[in-house]
Write a protein that binds this ligand. Sequence first.
Ligand code: ATR
Length: 274
Amino acid sequence: MENDLYAVVGHPISHSKSPRIHSLFAEQTGQALEYTAIQAPLEDFAGTVNTFFNRGGKGLNVTVPFKEEAWNLVEERTPAADAAGAVNTLYRDDQQRLCGDNTDGPGLVRDLTVNHGLDLKDKSILVLGAGGAVRGILAPLIAQQPLRIVVANRTPSKAEKLAGLFAGPLPIRGCGFDEVEDTFDLVINGTSASLQGDLPPLSPGIIGPKTVSYDMMYGPELTPFNRWASDQGAGQVIDGLGMLVEQAAESFARWRGIRPDTSLVMEALRDRVG
Ligand code: ATR
């Protein structure tokens, strides 16, 4: 029997670690599958997806810049995808309908709570950024029942709008960086500032000796944001490699009905990130 086919679709895609991660998962769980990377033309994401599934492909991961387009394309969405406004996992159901899930937020929460043993209940959380990446993590964070969440962004109106989308019993507020002065239990950097060599201009007071700093970026060395947090005396700094592997494991579980052991894959990748 031929192997089931999976892939990640993005533009660009050559640096994606997903093929390696999923190949390691498949090896470890004894699943017969192949996982490749596809660069879709910017103007033909839908065509690329349809061709892949029509040729018998079983599932796709979707990455930058197509996650919102994937959300629009699908016929069915999981509650996680709905809340995120973005889809990173595609598959077909029994009736051949195209379905979308989003595993980014669950991946982050699993990394925080399972891999790092953090209990987020009654904690104060500061989330930096108000783009697609941050929208994807808010519902799973809220489900952990923290005390409150503040979303701070360079463009304050975007943070206010995002906080408004998730308004409910849990206090959630959107604002600009200069309006944040309290010390938080957990600070999550979801901005892409470091890609431009910047750091969000933040009061050092947001970091205390018990603060955990989580950067959704990752790299072979301390990320610029985590270096800053560490210099301010953060109790712990974590980068986003665990989130990357956990979101992949959530996708794999949805497709194959089996959950891989992520710690082994994390170790294998840790030596090679960059
Ligand atoms: P992503 O999908 O990674 O979230 P995005 O939707 O383009 O990408 O969002 C990027 C986020 O990083 C935004 O919150 C952006 O702030 P603005 O909403 O003000 O644009 C933030 N960001 C990007 N460059 C930044 C910089 N140099 N300093 C601070 N924040 C920055």
